[in-house]
Design a protein around this ligand. Sequence first.
Ligand code: SF4
Length: 200
Amino acid sequence: MDFQATSWQEEPAPPHAINCSNCELAGQRTRVIWGEGNPQASVLILLDNPGERENRDGEPYVCGTRQTLQKAAWEAGFTENDLYVTYLLKCRPKRAYNKEKARAACREHLQLQLDQKLPRFIFCLGNTAVQSFLGNPEAEVKELRGTWLEADGRHLLLVSYHPLAVRRRPNLYPRFAADWKMLFDRYRQEHAGTGALTNK
Ligand code: SF4
């Protein structure tokens, strides 16, 4: 069967965050976008910020980022039910903004998601997400990929390229696919015999 990307179910933002005005992106966004996929999945995928499709509401359009991400996930063995996607910034920027301030302001939302969902795996995609999540502006995907890291003593962290970078530079796809496979192999190993594909 050929792979076909689909629009994943969105998780609504919690009431306290729907009108968040913790940073200047509140004045640029269409809406706050919390995440998509299975909210209880044990794999949380972290991207930098929502794309065009997510910014609009209810449009059955799958952007290039999603197509590449879903294709590699599917080829590795994952289904939509195994994964949850969220962002460093829950609002899509439209103009120039203070990146450092916005990322620092939005961290509390990501922290809440991590505290509530307790994902076993965090898969951080792209240098922006990796550097911000690790709090290290020198961190580079090309140097960190292929190695398991630990986050907060409770998550296993793996990093890879941003799907859009992979789309623009197809020669990166084999490495991107290998990272997904590495994640899936560990995921399958940890879930072997439990019959459980989610945290809860
Ligand atoms: S980006 Fe995050 S902190 Fe800034 S307004 Fe949106 S939800 Fe709030």
